[in-house]
Design a protein around this ligand. Structure first.
Ligand SMILES: [Zn+2]
Ligand SMILES: [Zn+2]
Length: 397
């Protein structure tokens, strides 16, 4: 029986009806404050500090919550965070948890603009009602809202939009809006693409999400099924001076928009993609048109992939389909397209290697890859796949 526990903790366990009511009111108040705290932590992104991929994942792990409980708290957090009238009532105790659960059903994309306008009225209408009456009131509120929403907004609202501008330094700034289905796709993709460098992590949660977005975009470009192969590189059309391609600071423009391409981007792209190059003389007149060709032929890529098994950057676990073949001695520095001059890198690390000009080399007579940073620090990675059983291709086809 539980009486032993009751006796032992009598000072902590209240028993009278009035004490229960007081206790519950205090709990309600604390839960409302807790939901606001959840909203705050969610907003700061600080849940990523320990390597969690989302607030939801953090709550499952650190608060030991079920997925559905964590979702319920996030819904509550979202409501209280965006609607001051309900937050105020929740904290003062005028609205109970059960009542808030009914109000949450009015916080959908369709009703949200109206709820924002009418929150004070609805809060006043349902304050101090019991849960059953609150349910009736909220259902009736939504019926009225249906009529209003349909009357005032006959036009179909665009639910997904993306607008971007290019800043002076060449970076991209933008705004986007996604409907709930879009949000789920987006959040799932970001969660799956997030990386964490373990205890060496120096990126903020926002930077890690930015890297995830970069990887998703690069992954799409590597894998979209334009020609039916799993490894389909985009045709990149750049113009550059004849002497510039192997100069170490390639000076190219993107033929799609005529904009200059950053040297490190040009280097990364020349490392492994289909190249169309228009060579120009000093007066910018075209003097030759390079044939489209892969820098790394497919059979050779497959052999490198069988050895490396994914990104070879130390600590990275990206699988093969996220990767590009990097020339250890850069292609533009006349590095050969050969088995032992190639290593797989994911798009993010490939770009990092070119941007920081990191030195990659084989060590220990095997396929351990050593990466040397400009400050002299060194890290190594081991191949994850088996070396090929037959002799590797030595020349580009
Ligand atoms: Zn490269
Ligand atoms: Zn990587």
């Amino acid at each position: 029986m539980g009486m032993g526990v009751l006796d032992e903790h009598a000072d902590k366990i209240v028993l009278s009806p009035s004490q229960l009511a007081t206790e519950w009111a205090a709990l309600e108040q604390r839960m409302a404050v807790f939901a606001l705290a959840v909203a705050h932590v969610d907003g700061t992104g600080a849940w990523g500090d320990d390597g969690s991929v989302s607030m939801l994942a953090w709550m499952r792990d650190r608060l030991r919550m079920s997925n559905s409980d964590a979702h319920a708290w996030l819904r509550r957090a979202n409501l209280l965070n965006h609607f001051d009238a309900f937050a105020e009532c929740a904290v003062t105790g005028a609205l109970s948890s059960s009542q808030l659960r009914e109000v949450e059903k009015c916080n959908t994309a369709k009703y949200r603009p109206l709820l924002r306008e009418l929150q004070e009225d609805l809060a006043a209408d349902i304050a101090d009602l019991n849960a059953a009456d609150t349910k009736v009131a909220c259902t009736s509120w939504r019926r009225h809202a249906d009529a209003l929403v349909e009357d005032t907004e006959p036009a179909v609202e665009p639910v997904r939009s993306l607008s971007t501008t290019v800043a002076d330094d060449g970076s991209l700034l933008g705004r986007f809006e996604l409907d709930p289905a879009g949000r789920v796709e987006f959040q799932t993709a970001i969660e799956n693409a997030l990386t964490w460098n373990g205890k060496d992590e120096t990126r903020t949660a926002a930077q890690r999400r930015g890297d995830a977005l970069f990887d998703i975009v690069a992954f799409f470009n590597l894998n979209h099924t334009g020609n039916g192969t799993p490894r389909h590189h985009p045709h990149l059309s750049m113009s550059m001076h004849e002497t510039s391609a192997t100069s170490g600071q390639p000076d190219a423009t993107n033929d799609a928009d005529g904009e200059p391409v950053e040297p490190d981007v040009t280097s990364t792209k020349m490392c492994d993609c289909i190249i169309h190059t228009i060579l120009r003389d000093a007066q910018h007149a075209p003097i030759g048109f390079g044939r489209a060709r892969y820098t790394v032929p497919r059979p050779l890529f497959k052999q490198v992939a069988a050895r490396d098994g994914g990104c070879r950057f130390p600590g990275c676990d990206r699988p093969v389909r996220w990767t590009e073949a990097h020339h250890l001695i850069w292609w533009e520095r006349h590095g050969p397209t050969e088995y032992d001059n190639l290593a797989l890198l994911c798009s993010r690390h490939h770009h990092l290697v070119h941007k920081m000009d990191l030195v990659l080399e084989w060590v220990d007579d095997g396929w351990d890859l050593q990466v040397t940073w400009p400050d002299g620090s060194v890290r190594t990675s081991r191949p994850r796949g088996a070396p090929p059983t037959r002799a590797p291709l030595t020349r580009a086809a």
